[in-house]
Write a protein that binds this ligand. Structure first.
Ligand SMILES: Cc1ncc(COP(=O)(O)O)c(C=O)c1O
Length: 421
């Protein structure tokens, strides 16, 4: 590849995610990242409002994570976890067991959030089967929920409700109910009552439903879901892939409702956004269901790069930063500033709603505008914000300074005013 003209070839061979390739505009060419800035190939700099899909919680290239990964690279970049093990993965699993709520003491590592969800669904289902309770083949998920793009995860993602029939035979239909609310207090209860013996588990994104529209629910709603799930004797799966690691103001969103799930999925900010890694954590009771005399009760799932040492080293360094630096207070500071700076936008023409939870701020707009136009406008404003459906939202690195955060919110205000002028 020649040096300078690669951005022009960006669409020739790479198939970009979530894009209609026929009309996709040239993606923004990035040369480097540092702190809360994205450096473009043409020398411009953008303030990052995305943490690269909720992952770079400490900003980009945090020196502590860089050093941990470099040291690990020199010694042990990868070795299979089939029959072998290494210190970074052992230590990481111990620390996750300590830090997550309840008794989630057993972790299976994968490389993406969707696969962590696949593992959670398989784990829940097989745990019942191993116990001789063989009829539990259905999951309950929530309206506007999203749990990933792989086929199992699509089956429990309401965001894929319209697409699912096109994948019939590959993607299963499960049960979707609204979150408990004054309008629909007991739909979950009713389904659990009627279908209880068939239900393998209830899967939820605690406190913030991300891809389904940055929707926020209260700790009371989450606690009610947990209570009903427990009451029905089935498993609660907390998908904290987006909410985990400080995004909602606590290390895990479940902690705000004092909820202890049976299975938890983590990814995104697990490695501070540096390496692909995901984790599915199981309670003692789920883990025990897999103890048996032979392989028929074992959990047969193990990707080539499970527990990768580089990713584990990055994750350990990221957890050190959560211990050493005031990340959760920073998230709460961001929440306060986002409330102050985004709430007034609700009075603008075209704005339907403003939602803030922890270090996530979303503005829901009237539909009918072009996301590509908006992305270009944001780049011209010197910020990186990627709209989702009718939502313009920010999930900045938790270390973002007040001035940079104001640049993001001011750009949102300017672009929205221009859009509905
Ligand atoms: C709540 C939730 N679950 C699962 C996923 C899927 O994770 P990945 O994109 O790493 O497969 C996402 C990704 O956005 C998510 O927000």
């Amino acid at each position: 590849m020649t040096a300078a003209d690669w951005p022009e070839r960006a669409l020739d061979h790479v198939w970009y995610p979530y894009a209609q390739m026929r009309e996709m505009p040239l993606p923004v060419p990035v040369a480097g990242v540092s702190g809360c800035r994205i450096e473009l190939a043409d020398g411009r700099e953008l303030v990052d409002g995305t943490s690269s899909w909720w992952s770079a919680c400490h900003g980009y290239r945090h020196p502590a994570i860089m050093e941990a990964v470099h040291t690990q690279l020199d010694r042990l970049p990868h070795v299979m976890l089939g029959g072998m093990t290494h210190e970074p993965v052992v230590r990481l699993a111990e620390r996750l067991a300590e830090k997550t709520p309840g008794q989630l003491a057993h972790t299976l590592f994968t490389e993406s959030g969707s696969v962590a969800v696949e593992v959670a669904l398989k784990m829940a289902r097989q745990s019942w089967d191993n116990r001789g309770d063989t009829g539990r083949d259905t999951f309950i998920a929530f309206s506007d929920g999203y749990h990933g793009d792989t086929t199992g995860a699509m089956g429990v993602s309401d965001t894929y409700r319209d697409l699912r029939p096109r994948f019939a035979g590959l993607v299963n239909e499960h049960i979707t109910v609204p979150l408990p609310s004054p309008e629909s207090p007991s739909e979950l209860e009713r389904v659990l009552d009627e279908r209880g013996p068939r239900i393998a588990g209830v899967i939820i994104e605690p406190l913030v439903q991300g891809a389904g529209g940055m929707r926020v629910h209260s700790p009371e709603v989450l606690a009610r879901v947990a209570e009903l799930t427990r009451g029905a004797g089935t498993l609660l799966i907390a998908d904290e892939i987006a909410t985990g690691f400080g995004r909602t103001g606590s290390l895990f969103a479940c902690q705000q409702a004092e909820v202890t799930p049976d299975i938890m999925c983590l990814s995104k900010a697990l490695t501070g956004g540096t390496m692909p890694m995901a984790a599915t954590l199981a309670s003692e009771s789920v883990f025990r269901a897999f103890q048996g005399p032979d392989e028929t009760t074992a959990f047969l799932h193990g990707p080539t790069f499970t527990g990768n040492p580089l990713a584990a080293a990055a994750a350990n360094a990221s957890l050190d930063l959560f211990e050493r630096e005031p990340r959760l207070n920073q998230a709460l500071g961001i929440e306060e500033q986002l409330r102050a700076e985004l709430t007034p936008l609700v009075d603008l023409e075209g704005v339907r709603n403003v939602r803030v939870k922890g270090a996530m701020g979303a503005v829901e707009l009237a539909p009918g505008w072009s996301p590509d136009w908006m992305r270009q406008r944001f780049v011209a404003e010197g910020v990186w914000i990627r709209p989702l459906g009718d939502i313009v939202y920010v999930t900045p690195p938790l270390v973002i300074g007040g001035d940079d955060l104001s640049r993001l919110t001011a750009a949102m205000g300017r672009v929205i005013r221009e859009l509905f002028r």
